[in-house]
Design a binder for this molecule. Structure first.
Ligand code: ADP
Ligand code: MG
Length: 255
């Protein structure tokens, strides 16, 4: 059977009048359905470029990217993308922000609209349904942004540093919250973060990239000694720091 997501020998360079910037080199890995992958690596090593390639926004110069056996170029709404900024529009209510993707894709069927309301209800935002986004806390805004992505029923979620605009305390609880929702909705997810502890707390496997041009330095499966694992509980696992030290060394070792 085909893996859920498969990248083989993916290479990418940016071209400008000043010359060529190789961003990624020989990237190959697979992701299973329902898996949560975190990608860590030095700033500028090509993490966002990698997500843009997986989303189909950029095309690899060389190599292939398949989602369920089809090129991601044809994936459309099967892939949801969440960024650091929540991009909620202040002139729309929370509900009308959440259904924006449905409007754009002309999918405002009674079923889809009902699902938007169900998600707002399940994840504690129905009381803010008709409010402006400025009434929401930073964490609630990210939850609304996630719901806006989930109503489109993506098969794969891509998250590019979605918590980095939040202060540390909020960040811990929002990561726990968003991680819980993604798990409950049984989504496959790839999270880019520069926060190593965050990656270990949430991921099933961590991909460590080298400096630009990003190559895969290692892929580390995370098995934490903790019951009913959540991102917050993960941080108390006795072997959490062992992973931290190992990946820290990987990140700080350059040829
Ligand atoms: P990361 O997300 O890991 O910080 P990026 O994927 O954003 O890194 O960028 C990887 C490298 O490619 C960086 O060195 C960046 O300067 C360069 N880069 C990104 N976008 C462009 C672009 N549009 N044109 C030229 N170079 C770019
Ligand atoms: Mg980036």
């Amino acid at each position: 059977m085909d893996p859920f997501l498969n990248l083989t020998d993916v290479n990418y360079s940016y071209h400008s009048p000043e010359g060529e910037t190789p961003a990624l080199s020989n990237i190959s890995f697979s992701v299973s359905e329902g898996e949560f992958i975190a990608i860590v690596g030095p700033s500028g090593c090509g993490k966002s470029t990698l997500l843009n390639l997986i989303s189909g926004l950029l095309l690899p110069e060389f190599g292939t990217i398949f989602l369920k056996g089809h090129s991601v170029r044809d994936a459309g709404t099967e892939i949801g993308y969440m960024l650091q900024k929540d991009h909620l529009f202040e002139w729309r209510s929370v509900y009308r922000n959440v259904i924006l993707g449905l409007e754009i894709q002309k999918k405002c069927t009674p079923e889809h609209l009902a699902r938007a309301d169900t998600l707002l209800d399940t994840y504690g935002l129905s009381g803010f349904r008709d409010s402006r986004p400025s009434r929401l806390s930073g964490g609630m805004r990210q939850r609304a942004a996630l719901i806006r992505t989930l109503v489109l029923e993506p098969e794969l979620l891509l998250l590019d540093e979605p918590f980095s605009a939040l202060d540390y305390q909020t960040r811990l609880s929002v990561c726990d919250d968003i991680g819980g929702i993604i798990k409950k909705e049984q989504k496959t997810a790839i999270l880019v973060t520069h926060d190593l502890a965050e990656a270990i707390s949430i991921a099933d496997r961590i991909l460590v990239l080298s400096r630009r041009p990003g190559r895969i330095r290692s892929i580390i499966p995370i098995h934490l000694e903790v019951e009913d694992r959540t991102p917050l509980k993960s941080r108390n696992a006795p072997n959490f720091k062992d992973y931290f030290n190992r990946i820290w060394k990987e990140l700080n070792y350059y040829e």
